[in-house]
Design a protein around this ligand. Sequence first.
Ligand code: BJW
Length: 265
Amino acid sequence: MLMKILQMESSRRHERNPMSEILIPAELITRLRAARRIAVLTGAGISAESGVPTFREAQTGLWARYNPEELATPEAFRRNPRLVWEWYAWRQTRVRQAEPNPGHLALVDMEHRIAEFTLITQNVDGLHRRAGSHQVLELHGNLFRAKCLDEDRPVENWPDSEEIPPRCPRCGALLRPDVVWFGETLPASVLRAAEQAAAHADAFFSIGTSALVYPAADLPFTALGTGATVVEINPQPTPLSPHVTFSLNGPAGVILPELVARVWG
Ligand code: BJW
């Protein structure tokens, strides 16, 4: 009898699509339908289903013996610029071979349906823009851009040479990937825009991120502090999980399309 009541309670609280096993709480659907401002923070997990390895997962082939946290630092670049440049070149190749997945595409759809929508990403792979998202704030830069190590300015073209990394055509300093490494500050205007979007959101999503790296990891807490509904989508629990309003446990490429269809379809 108790089992029966629990089942009834569960089906009352969750709208179930007969074709799908994904449970999306009815209360979440109601809140998202009412939301006018939505901010989304994504991490490497959203690109996992495109075949791009997450930042902290084991690397493959030649790179398997390196710890990514030890390559993504200014000290690593100073110690061995060639190694770090080649690691980014390898990642560029992997990303070029990848395509946006249904999770990226569902966020494009969400942007079309929400008056004020901001997509904040920690990813440097550019897959959100390739999918068709417009309002994208790249907190940690972009793998496909380079900048001058000394002058800190973007460099788009440089003469062909044997040298790795290549050199800045203006001042001759080394070029480096235009990404944000540990211990470096995030681009101030991008971070400010992300903080504002989080502070003004009715609903905030944290998708495919381990929620370990600051200041990005503070954004869901900013949203919680101003009363937003905070939703986490991740197959694994994170330090953020105990604090969110709703946890949807599973791959973003499965959950997001279902969520968007159920809320706005
Ligand atoms: C799926 C899935 C599927 C799998 N679907 N999900 C406060 C406290 C403590 C330390 C600090 C602090 N404030 C600042 C710091 C220092 C530091 C920091 O945060 N350290 C922590 C590690 C403790 N932060 C910084 O240094 C930042 N700078 C800064 O704050 O400047 C001022 C300052 C400096 C020093 C001291 C104090 C202040 C800069 C951070 C830059 C991060 N850069 C990187 C590299 C970018 C370039 C590159 O990619 O090479 O950004 S590090 C790396 O982590 C990368 C990522 O964007 C970022 C986040 O990783 P992400 O995306 O969460 O990936 P993963 O792999 O960790 O997780 C994947 C998740 O997906 C998992 O949860 C899976 O379960 C899930 N998943 N499949 C959905 N299908």
